[in-house]
Ligand binder design. Structure first.
Ligand code: HEM
Length: 302
């Protein structure tokens, strides 16, 4: 089997508890040459050295403009989903996304600041979100997030465009900021919270199919495409203040359509009921990005 080019390693790097996300809009007058210069500054050693991971993703229009032959045909903007019962997933498509994650807030802050400085001439920051690993990789609801993620040896196959296709070694990215209503969620008895997720709270054991509700979160996002289970690789992290908090949902996939199907299912526009989790959390941003392979990035910037 031909090997796809090396992906951006930060997609898979583990053990970092401090995260920092930037979503940016490219200024109307910025030329391709301006954007490429800014991206070159972004990868200078002082920005990427020091035990910090930096992953960059491009919005569909920007990537197609910069590297048309390395853009998968199905890459497109995030589109709003009008869910059942007045729920919705808004679209706030941005042009660039920078994900910094490291061992502490100090290095994550410094690296995010240098990234913003590198890009300042061509793009404006529209979302800045420091985020963190909560306890043993739990969401702020208290449930472990990531249990059913593919193991590391399978993650690349789940997350990356296969060899031989445009964009090989790159990943489709879904990024959404979700705002939780923890008061409402924690008002439920733990047994009822477990019925919302479909797993037990202390140790993340999956509920038996006979008792798992059809509107449990994991029942809505376990999907099949072309007769096979279709998985994604999730790297979400909690964020926030006491006033507003939630989950920066972040996932990587070899195919864009997996995100579409999961999201439609969650909002009651798929093949079953609306995900009960959407009673307790709502997305307030939504973008698709493409995180190119290192080869495609280097070809563009060298
Ligand atoms: C408020 C937002 C969300 C929260 C708090 C949340 C939380 C969780 C939790 C606690 C689990 C069970 C443990 C695990 O396997 O990781 C889970 C599983 C999962 N979630 Fe989410 N999630 C959210 C949004 C989403 C979205 C937007 C998607 C897809 C577009 C998604 C896709 C998945 C998938 C694929 C699984 C694994 C299902 C399985 O195969 O068992 N989640 N999520």
């Amino acid at each position: 089997m031909t090997q796809a080019p090396v992906p951006q390693p930060g997609i898979f790097a583990q053990g970092t508890r401090s995260h920092h996300h930037l979503e940016l809009a490219v200024r109307a007058g910025a030329t391709d040459a301006d954007v490429l210069d800014a991206l070159r500054r972004l990868r200078e050693p002082h920005v990427t050295a020091g035990g910090v991971n930096l992953v960059v993703g491009m919005g569909p229009a920007l990537w197609r403009r910069l590297a048309p032959s390395a853009a998968p045909p199905e890459l497109r903007d995030f589109e709003v989903i009008d869910g059942l019962d007045a729920t919705s997933a808004p679209a706030t498509q941005r042009d660039l996304w920078v994900w910094v994650h490291g061992t502490g807030e100090d290095v994550a802050f410094d690296t995010a600041r240098l990234a913003a400085v590198a890009l300042a001439g061509v793009a404006t920051v529209e979302l800045e979100l420091p985020a963190f690993v909560y306890k043993d990789s739990r969401d702020l609801t208290g449930f472990v997030d990531g249990t059913a993620n593919p193991p590391m040896q399978e993650a690349a196959e789940v997350a990356l465009v296969p060899a031989g296709r445009p964009g090989e070694g790159g990943a489709f990215v879904l990024a959404q900021r979700w705002v939780h209503d923890l008061g409402a969620f924690h008002a439920l008895p733990v047994a009822e919270q477990e019925r919302v997720i479909g797993r037990t709270k202390p140790d993340s054991v999956e509920m038996d199919d006979a008792v798992k509700p059809a509107d449990a979160h994991i029942a809505r996002v376990e999907i099949e495409l072309d007769g096979e289970e279709a998985e994604i690789f999730r790297r979400s992290t909690p964020y926030g203040t006491l006033a507003e908090h939630g989950l920066y949902f972040l996932a990587f996939s070899a195919e864009l359509r997996r995100f579409d199907v999961m999201l439609r299912n969650m909002f009651g526009r798929g093949d079953g009921p609306r995900d009960r989790l959407t009673d307790f959390s709502r997305p307030v941003s939504g973008s698709y990005f493409f995180a190119p392979s290192l080869r495609d990035l280097n070809e563009l910037l060298d």
